[in-house]
Design a protein. Structure first.
Length: 132
C-alpha cells in the first residue's frame, strides 16, 4: 500500500517540525501511484518530498497543499547558490511535488509557476515538468 503525506494542520508551528505523517491510500489509488514508477523513481520522489517538506518547514510554509508562490521560492532557492542544482533535478522535484498533491487530492501548485519564474532560473528548468 502506498502512502502520501498528510497536509499540515492549521495550527502548524515551526517548533512542531515538518509533517511526516502519512496516510494509507486505497488499493486503487496505490495501483495508480505505483503504475509505471521504477523503484529508483519512488526513492527519488521520496527524497524529493523530504527536501521540499524540510524547506517548507524552515521557511514557515505548508508543504501540502502548497501555494504556487511557495513553490516558486523553493525552485529559485534550488537554482541559486549555494545549491545550484541541475535543471533535471529541479524538474524531478517539481514532478514529485505535483504527484504528491494530486495523490492527496489537491491541485498542483506547479500550474502557472513557470510564468512567475521568468528570470529566476534557466529557461530549460521552466520548460519541463514545472509547467504541469
Amino acid at each position: 500500500m502506498a502512502l502520501v503525506p498528510t497536509p499540515l494542520p492549521d495550527s502548524f508551528s515551526h517548533s512542531s517540525g515538518p509533517s511526516t505523517d502519512l496516510v494509507p491510500l486505497s488499493d486503487a489509488a496505490t495501483a495508480f501511484a505505483d503504475a509505471g514508477a521504477s523503484d529508483n523513481t519512488k526513492r527519488a520522489y521520496s527524497a524529493d518530498w523530504a527536501d521540499w517538506a524540510t524547506w517548507c518547514h524552515a521557511n514557515y510554509r505548508p508543504a501540502l497543499p502548497a501555494d504556487p508562490s511557495t513553490l516558486a521560492d523553493y525552485i529559485a532557492a534550488l537554482a541559486s547558490p549555494p545549491r545550484s542544482l541541475k535543471a533535471s533535478t529541479i524538474n524531478r522535484r517539481c514532478s514529485a511535488i505535483a504527484r504528491a498533491h494530486r495523490l492527496a487530492g489537491f491541485p498542483s501548485p506547479l500550474t502557472g509557476v513557470a510564468k512567475s519564474l521568468s528570470g529566476l532560473v534557466p529557461a530549460r528548468v521552466t520548460s519541463g515538468f514545472c509547467n504541469r
